[in-house]
Structure formats: structure tokens, C-alpha cells
Design a protein around this ligand. Structure first.
Ligand code: GLN
Length: 500
């Protein structure tokens, strides 16, 4: 490592700069991997990682260093990243946060994982998440983090008494605490955007179908999307270009569109950009501290030349019942594969096949997952299908249409990601409290739109506030451009929690 580099901590550098340093041989991938593994070990009390394997990571880093030496480097060659434990990986166990998959090793890598690896990314390990990505606080994980004996919640580095958000909570904590320069996440109803907001980092969920779902442990297949979580829009653009793209043979909802260079428009002017402000996102339920930070960010956008346009998304409130019918319905079907026969946990004592199924599922699934399976089975059952599931599908279409109407008046939509900042661990005793807090992320998910979270300040207790940006289909580059211009004018995304 050169002297100029040693003055700045490696973990404070962004993916973009790390890739450049690696290519110029100013730092080696092995050095970087060792640095981040050491930090992850040192800050194990945060509970971010659920699997690490030093030998595997270092072997990947060595291979990357070799490719760099041969002048054969990919866009992310040698950059260490970590994956949400919902992506299956050959070299690391995959649990999806569930007892059902404890110790499970997949025979293949998820497409998102292999695409990033093809571009040279090195895997630091697997990150904690809510069980099967169901949750908003990461308190639903059934897996003990690396370095801890028992199941303990992931902690938010801005205040370790608070949740990091969920379901990609481990990813958000790891990136915010500089235990990884970037991470993957998945977003079904907000699981990239909300934890990014709660931990003061940047995350993007692309248009549904843009990233392959192959090898993503399925929650709700018509909603699940993968995306990057990093510290800046610039880094998100780089990672998104790598992980997106068609995978037609393996994912039937993968879109047949070539991968895009999402960095190309980052520096475009946003003069005249019309930002829609949905009235329904700024109602009574929004906490004052979040509102204040968002208002200030919108003023900044006006200074940058954007125009704020009042719009309506009249069915915003309906997105909660609609999502909490459709997502559990699909989950109940997806999770039927965990029956103790093909893979995962199997009960030890049982009398016959039916008893084996019952005991396996009773032991393997946690409370929230069981709740969703029951709701899903109910809304899909004869007699209730029309009353609940079909109605929900119809309203889902109307919610998507509302967005298309709104996009006639504006180019992007801005609002809060969540009604409050991250709450205290254990504060939400009733699962409904979690569901209600999803109100601003669910509409975009139901419509299949791309969305992101950008840090815009701090609220109650010094906790980060995230602003949500939503675009119409395939407007990822425009979202990233708007976020990048904001990040060049402000430094919220560069702030870091004390002690990290
Ligand atoms: N909080 C939402 C839920 O519990 C969203 C989760 C997600 O996006 N994976 O379903």
C-alpha cells in the first residue's frame, strides 16, 4: 500500500475508488479482504454477519489479484462485498434467517451473486436478515450471528439499542458500520429502502424483473427484487449495472432487456426535473423530525433546479391491506417446499408422513412466518379467494395505474421512506405496528416500480432519515442521477456513526 493511502482508512473509501485503487495495484484484494474481515470480527457485537469463511474469501481475493496482475480485471475486480443471506451461495451456508435452513449449503450460486462475482467482486460473507425476508426490524431472524452463542438482534450502528430496519438489516448495518463497502439486499415491500434509510446509507430496488430472482430464497415472487446497498448513489449505480440483466432460462419473470450502464447519467443536470410530492405521503402519520429532514432535502432539490409538483396517490393507505394479502398468499405457496423431504430441517421424531410434515414445519418456522402462512392459506382458500385475494389483485392494478397517472405530471416522486426513524429493539410488540410502518414503501413495490433511499439528515435521537425517490418503469438511471446530484451538494451520505 502506498503512503498516501495509509492516511485514509480503507474502510472509508467507496466502491468506485476501491475498484480504481485495485486496478492501479495501490492496494491488493487480499489486503482489503483481510481488513474488512478484521473489522467484522472486531464489531461482531453488531450481529451483521451470519456466515464468514476466511479461507474462501481470501482464495477469491487471491484469484482477483491474479486477474489484475494479468490485466484481466472486471469492473469490480477485487472489491469485497457481502450478501444478504437470502441469496444462495455455493461457498457459504445459506439460512434465509430460518431454523428451517440452518446449515444449508446450496449446490449453486444465485444469479445476482454469480454476476457480481463474474465482474470480480469478492464475497466477505453472508448478512443477517428477517426470516425469509419477512419483517421490518431484523428481529425475526432465527440465526445466531457470527461470534455469538445465541440468537441476538442485529444492532443499528447509530445507536446499538435500535433496530437497523429489515428485512435487509444485516446488509444496512454492515455498510453503515464499514464492515463491507457494499452489500446486496432484497426488497419485496421495502426491505432495501427502509433499512438503508434507518442506517443512513443508499439503496436501490430496480424495476421488477430487472434483477434475476434465480437463487433468491422466494418470499413473494411477484414482488421480490434484488438490489445494491452502498454508501452513495455512485456506488449503487456501479453495482446495479453488474447485478441486473436478463436471466430468461432461469427466471420466468426476468425481463428481456440488456444490462444497462447506470453510471452514464449520474452527472447530468437536474435543471427542470419535475419531482412529484404525493400529498398522501405527508399526512398525519408522518413524524415531525422525518418531515423536517425531507422538507429540507426538497428545498435543496429546488436549489439544484428541480421543480416540485403536488400530486396524488389516492390509494396509498390501501397498499397495506393489499400487500398483506398478496405477499402472504404467495409466501404460503412458496414455503410449501419446506416439508422436510428435499432439503433443510426434518423433525427427528414422527409417526407417519403427515406427522413428519407437521412437526418439521412447526419446528422449522418462526412465529412471523407461521402467521403469514396462515393468512396466505386463508385468503387463498375456497370461498375467501374472491373476497380477499382477487379484490387485492384488482386494487393492486389501480395502485399501479395511480402511479402512471402521476407520472404524467412529474418525472420522479419523492417522499419519506418510513414514517419515523429506527425504533428501539423490542418496541413493536404488535406485528401490526411493523406492517403499518411499511406504508410508504408498499405502493411502489405493488406497482413494480424502481425506488431508492437517500440519506437526508438526522431526526429523533440522532437517527438517520432517508428520503424515498420513486421512478416510472426502467427509470433507474434517472433516480440515480437525481440522488447523485443531491449527494454532490450535501454530505449526509458521507457521515458515519461514532466509533466506526
Ligand atoms: N416489511 C415488509 C414485510 O414484512 C417488507 C419485507 C421485504 O421487503 N422483504 O413483508
Amino acid at each position: 500500500m502506498t503512503n498516501s493511502l495509509s492516511t485514509q482508512s480503507l474502510h472509508d473509501l467507496n466502491v468506485h475508488d476501491l475498484a480504481l485503487l485495485l486496478k492501479n495495484k495501490q492496494v491488493s484484494s487480499v489486503e482489503l479482504a483481510e481488513h474488512f474481515l478484521r473489522r467484522s470480527h472486531k464489531h461482531a457485537q453488531l450481529g451483521a454477519y451470519v456466515a464468514v469463511d476466511e479461507a474462501t474469501t481470501l482464495a477469491q481475493a487471491q484469484a482477483a489479484d491474479q486477474r489484475i496482475a494479468q490485466g484481466n480485471a472486471g469492473a469490480l475486480e477485487g472489491v469485497p462485498i457481502a450478501h444478504k443471506d437470502i441469496f444462495v451461495t455455493r461457498d457459504f451456508v445459506t439460512t434465509a434467517g430460518s431454523r428451517m435452513l440452518k446449515g444449508y449449503r446450496s449446490p449453486f450460486d444465485a444469479t445476482v451473486v454469480s454476476k457480481l462475482a463474474t465482474d470480480g467482486a469478492v464475497t466477505l460473507g453472508k448478512l443477517n436478515c428477517d426470516e425469509f425476508a419477512m419483517g421490518s426490524s431484523n428481529e425475526n431472524s432465527a440465526i445466531a450471528p457470527v461470534g455469538q452463542e445465541t440468537v441476538t438482534p442485529v444492532r443499528n450502528p447509530w445507536n446499538v439499542e435500535r433496530i437497523p430496519g429489515g428485512s435487509s438489516g444485516g446488509s444496512a448495518t454492515a455498510v453503515a458500520a464499514r464492515l463491507a463497502p457494499a452489500a446486496t439486499g432484497t426488497d419485496t415491500g421495502g426491505s432495501i429502502r427502509q433499512p438503508a434509510a434507518f442506517c443512513g446509507i443508499t439503496g436501490i430496488k430496480p424495476t421488477y424483473g430487472r434483477a434475476s430472482r434465480y437463487g433468491m430464497v422466494a418470499f413473494a415472487s411477484s414482488l421480490d427484487q434484488a438490489g445494491p446497498m452502498a454508501r452513495s448513489a455512485q456506488d449503487c449505480a456501479l453495482l446495479l449495472s453488474s447485478l441486473c440483466g436478463p436471466d430468461l432460462d432461469r427466471d420466468s419473470t426476468s425481463l428481456d432487456m440488456p444490462a444497462e450502464d447506470y453510471s452514464r447519467k449520474l452527472n447530468d443536470s437536474i435543471e427542470g426535473l419535475r419531482i412529484g410530492i404525493p400529498k398522501e405521503f405527508f399526512g398525519e402519520g408522518l413524524a415531525d423530525d422525518v418531515r423536517t429532514a425531507i422538507d429540507a432535502a426538497l428545498k435543496e432539490y429546488e436549489k439544484l433546479g428541480a421543480k416540485l409538483v403536488p400530486i396524488n396517490l389516492p390509494r396509498t393507505a390501501l397498499s397495506i391491506p393489499v400487500y398483506y394479502i398478496i405477499a402472504p398468499a404467495e409466501a404460503s405457496s412458496n414455503l410449501s417446499r419446506f416439508d422436510g423431504v428435499k432439503f433443510g430441517h426434518r423433525a427427528k421424531n414422527y409417526t407417519d408422513l403427515a406427522d413428519m410434515y407437521k412437526k418439521t414445519r412447526a419446528e422449522g418456522f418462526g412465529d412471523e412466518v407461521k402467521r403469514r402462512i396462515m393468512i396466505g392459506t386463508y385468503v387463498l382458500s375456497h370461498g375467501y379467494y374472491d373476497a380477499y385475494y382477487l379484490q387485492a389483485q384488482k386494487i393492486r392494478r389501480m395502485i399501479a395505474d395511480d402511479f402512471q397517472n402521476a407520472f404524467k405530471q412529474c418525472d420522479l416522486i419523492a417522499g419519506p421512506v418510513a414514517p419515523t426513524v429506527a425504533w428501539k429493539i423490542g418496541a413493536h410488540k404488535d406485528p401490526l405496528a411493523d406492517y403499518l410502518a411499511d406504508i410508504f414503501t408498499l405502493p411502489g413495490s405493488l406497482a413494480g416500480l424502481p425506488g431508492m433511499s437517500v440519506p437526508v439528515g438526522f431526526g429523533e435521537g440522532g437517527m438517520p432519515v432517508g428520503m424515498q425517490l420513486l421512478g416510472s418503469y426502467f427509470q433507474e438511471a434517472r433516480l440515480l442521477n437525481a440522488a447523485h446530484r443531491f449527494q454532490q451538494a450535501t454530505d449526509w451520505h458521507a457521515r458515519k456513526p461514532e466509533g466506526f
